[in-house]
Ligand binder design. Structure first.
Ligand SMILES: [Fe+2]
Ligand SMILES: [Fe+2]
Length: 697
């Protein structure tokens, strides 16, 4: 079918080129006077629907079709048009009919006008103008709708991003990672290519400065280094930190002398980058203090045909060429100002939370350390033990982490787990605070006063013996008046007296020797019996007339101690420090990641063979690895520390030999003892800075 007329393309409005068609059905062409049509020349087709499909196929931009047809063919045309209808095809119809045509209400939407009679040239001209005005309006409305929809989707995405940002920020505990995350999220949500983050720091004198902490550029791998800058108007970030104002600069190279800030292009020149748009917002904490600044550079959009990328997706656009910087970098949309402020607000809270958490942790740790120092200062000999045990435990944990084969290959202590072990070690002997210091400081089998008392009794016995023999001598002298051979008698007496007094002096020495805790092969019970058997049977009365108990039951019990200086009762008291530690440490409301502290601390004296205390626990299932590590650290420090009240510190070879021996007897964990020696952990604690330990390990 030959078209009658030509197609004309006209501009609909300034930014969209539209294709306008007037299509007239063959069946109604004789009823229209389009001879005077001026703006748009019509097509005349027999099969309008088919022809419209042909014409619009392959066109770019929107297409407007105004159809003149009769009622009988309209249904088919309408169906084809609606099948073709998309964002780009807009159509309406002028029905040219007779008095008999019936038009349903449902069809009215697609019909512009109904002409029951012939359409003259003026009417035709009016209908064409009216038709395209209506289509233009529809097109504009559709475009607005699409714009609003896109904006709505962007805002919905922003909202979801904000929620996710809040969640991500609240989870991250590492400050450096948190800063990187804040910057990444800020850039993503605004489609920015580059960004930097600054933190306000307070110096000791109270003065504040801004520290450039972190920077990242998506399109280029640009280096950065931390530096500080003053909070003043000499830099854009300094100005925002000073004023708390949001700066949204369309092009930093367009800043004039009248603007409050200026741009330093040194970095751009050095790295062949072109900063253009910039959005800078302050990070304010919950009390409105500025704690940092987020600076974003180059908001990106790709508005080229078929690639409309903006908002979050635009983050992925790479700026490589000068053309890219000119075309794809746009000013930051105004809505990003409040959006980035919201991100900055969440970031500030996250940073503040992080700072407060760290401060609380620091305060708590210092409190624990101060408490441990206070307890250890009760006895100078104990100072530093808990700190050294904590340090050894940490080093042992790092050694376990370093293992790439063997039993502990798969065991890995996280930083949190190591902190848990450190706290447990610092507090492992905290229970000593509940125990009489004298028991801990008991260096000999008898307390010093007990020994003094015993020696006094021996001196008293000495005097009593002297007295008794003096009395005997006097009695003999009295006898001499009766002619007895006194010199001979007194000579015998004198010899006996001397023997007894010498024996008492020997006994004193032997008792002093017995009082020493040094382990010997000799059975102290037999030695003591021997000593007692040598005691002179002299009358030694107290002022109240009762005989003196030269070596009391209590003194005997202590002097009979076979190993060390503690009797069984005192040993139980010392051992009870673990229970006191557990009871005390359990009362601290530890966070979940530190929940094992009471158990670890309470088991530091348990031995794998069940010979430990207080639970006489057996094997690795009952004694956690941390407690097994602490047992090694504890024994090592107890043996190697100097200033112990009852024995000198042992040389390192001897100490390691004892640890090995304990491991062989399956008291200590053999693998851990091997690690302790192989990694030379005994060299990694500074014993000189911290002094010795006491009897309880
Ligand atoms: Fe202990
Ligand atoms: Fe200890």
């Amino acid at each position: 079918m030959e078209p009658v007329g030509i197609m004309e393309i006209a501009e609909c409005n300034a930014d969209i080129v539209t294709n306008r068609f007037v299509c007239i059905s063959e069946r109604v062409k004789n009823r229209i006077d389009f001879s005077a049509a001026m703006d748009i020349t019509p097509f005349v087709f027999e099969d309008i629907a088919k022809e419209i499909e042909n014409i619009t196929h392959g066109l770019s931009g929107a297409a407007f079709a105004l159809v003149f047809a009769n009622r009988s063919e309209w249904d088919d045309i309408e169906k084809t048009l609606s099948d073709l209808r998309n964002e780009r095809l807009y159509s309406t119809c002028v029905l040219v009919g007779s008095e008999d045509d019936i038009v349903d209400e449902a069809d009215l939407g697609g019909i512009l006008h109904y002409a029951a009679s012939r359409i003259n040239a003026r009417e035709y001209d009016f209908l064409v103008k009216k038709g395209f005005a209506v289509l233009d309006e529809q097109h504009r409305a559709a475009r607005d709708r699409a714009e609003y929809n896109a904006l709505l989707l962007d805002m919905k995405q922003d909202q979801e991003d904000l929620i996710n940002i809040g969640r991500s920020l609240s989870i991250e505990k590492d400050s450096d990672k948190l800063l990187r995350l804040i910057l990444l999220l800020g850039k993503k949500i605004t489609g920015a290519d580059a960004g930097s983050i600054y933190i306000v720091e307070e110096k000791d004198d109270g003065a504040k400065h801004l520290r450039f902490k972190y920077s990242h550029t998506f399109s280029k791998n640009l280096p950065y280094e931390e530096f500080v800058l003053p909070i003043d108007a000499n830099s854009i970030a300094g100005y925002v930190a000073m004023t708390g104002k949001v700066l949204n600069i369309p092009d930093v190279y367009e800043l004039s002398d009248g603007d409050p800030v200026s741009f330093n292009s040194t970095f751009d020149s050095a790295h062949n980058y072109r900063s253009r748009s910039m959005l800078v917002v302050p990070m304010k904490n919950n009390v409105d203090e500025i704690i940092g600044v987020i600076q974003l550079i180059n908001s990106k959009e790709d508005t080229s045909e078929n690639s409309r990328i903006r908002g979050n997706e635009a983050f992925e656009i790479t700026l490589a060429t000068t053309e890219d910087f000119n075309v794809k970098v746009v000013p930051f949309a105004a809505r990003y100002e409040s959006l980035l402020e919201a991100v900055a607000g969440q970031a500030a809270i996250a940073l503040e939370n992080n700072r407060m958490m760290k401060q609380i942790q620091f305060q708590f740790e210092e409190f624990v350390r101060a408490s441990v120092s206070a307890i250890e200062s009760r006895d100078p000999a104990t100072s530093g033990h808990s700190f050294r045990v904590a340090e050894i435990c940490k080093q042992l944990a790092y050694a376990v982490n370093s293992e790439t084969e063997g039993e502990y290959e798969t065991v890995n202590f996280s930083e949190t787990a190591i902190k848990e072990l450190e706290y447990a070690a610092l507090l492992h002997d905290f229970g000593k605070v509940y125990i009489d210091l004298a028991v801990f400081q008991k260096a000999k089998k008898l307390f010093p006063k007990e020994l003094d008392n015993l020696m006094l009794k021996m001196d008293y016995l000495y005097r009593c013996t002297e007295l008794e023999y003096n009395a005997k001598e006097i009695a003999l002298l009295k006898k001499s008046r009766n002619g007895a051979n006194v010199p001979a008698l007194t000579g015998g007496l004198e010899a006996e007296r001397k023997r007894l007094l010498d024996a008492i002096m020997d006994i004193k020495k032997e008792l002093r020797a017995l009082n020493e805790p040094t382990a010997t092969d000799a059975d102290p019970l037999k030695v003591l019996d021997g000593v007692i058997s040598k005691l002179p049977a002299v009358s030694c009365l107290l002022p109240d007339g009762n005989a003196i108990d030269v070596i009391s039951e209590s003194e005997r019990r202590n002097l009979e101690i076979r190993r060390g200086s503690l009797n069984s009762q005192e040993r139980k008291i010392i051992e009870s420090h673990v229970v006191h530690t557990y009871n005390f440490v359990s009362r601290i409301p530890w966070p979940p990641e530190f929940r094992n502290i009471p158990e670890i601390a309470a088991k530091h004296h348990e031995k794998l063979d069940g010979s430990g205390y207080p639970g006489r626990l057996h094997g690795e299932n009952d004694i956690p690895i941390q407690a097994r590590m602490m047992a090694i650290a504890d024994i090592f420090d107890a043996l190697s520390a100097s200033d112990r009240p009852y024995k000198k510190s042992l040389p390192i070879e001897k100490t390691l030999a004892i640890l090995q021996d304990e491991a062989k007897q399956r008291k200590l964990d053999q693998k851990l003892v091997d690690l302790f020696i192989r990694y030379r952990i005994y060299e990694k604690t500074d014993k000189n800075s911290l002094k010795g330990e006491n009897t309880a390990t």
